[in-house]
Design a protein around this ligand. Structure first.
Ligand SMILES: [Zn+2]
Ligand SMILES: [Zn+2]
Length: 131
């Protein structure tokens, strides 16, 4: 089960809702294909569904741009089979730098710099479980 939290900055008006973890449609590749949107990745998911000895990781995480601190809350997908592996990736929507390969999934109070003012660490308020 995942969690939802609200990030906010005590210095400027920055606020963002973030979803982290897994939902019930994340447990197998066929279910993931029902909601996954990026077309190129969808093709690769279909290929992996037919491969043997596969394993995968899929969850919502928080990508933090190492250039501009932009926060991108997106799904992480990593698939592995006998013969190959694949990890999805994102570019920062603000500065186009490639985001880190693996997002954060456990975030804590005052751990993340505010992406707007960069003056303070963000306050994290968990407000519900989601699935
Ligand atoms: Zn701020
Ligand atoms: Zn950036």
């Amino acid at each position: 089960m995942g969690v939802a939290c609200k990030l906010s900055c005590g210095h400027c008006s920055f606020k963002q809702d973030v979803f982290l973890g897994i939902g019930f449609r994340y447990i197998d590749l066929v279910s993931i294909l029902e909601w996954y949107e990026v077309e190129e990745d969808r093709q690769i998911i279909k290929e992996f569904i037919n491969e043997k000895e596969k394993s995968f990781d899929c969850y919502d995480g928080l990508y933090i741009c190492h250039e501009c601190n932009f926060l991108l809350n997106k799904v992480y997908l990593h698939m592995k089979s006998e013969t190959r592996s694949y990890t999805n990736s994102y570019d920062c929507p603000r500065c186009s730098t490639q985001m880190p390969p693996v997002p954060l999934v456990n975030i804590q109070n005052e751990m993340i710099d505010c992406p707007d003012c960069e003056q303070e660490k963000l306050v994290v308020n968990f407000y519900m479980d989601w699935d």
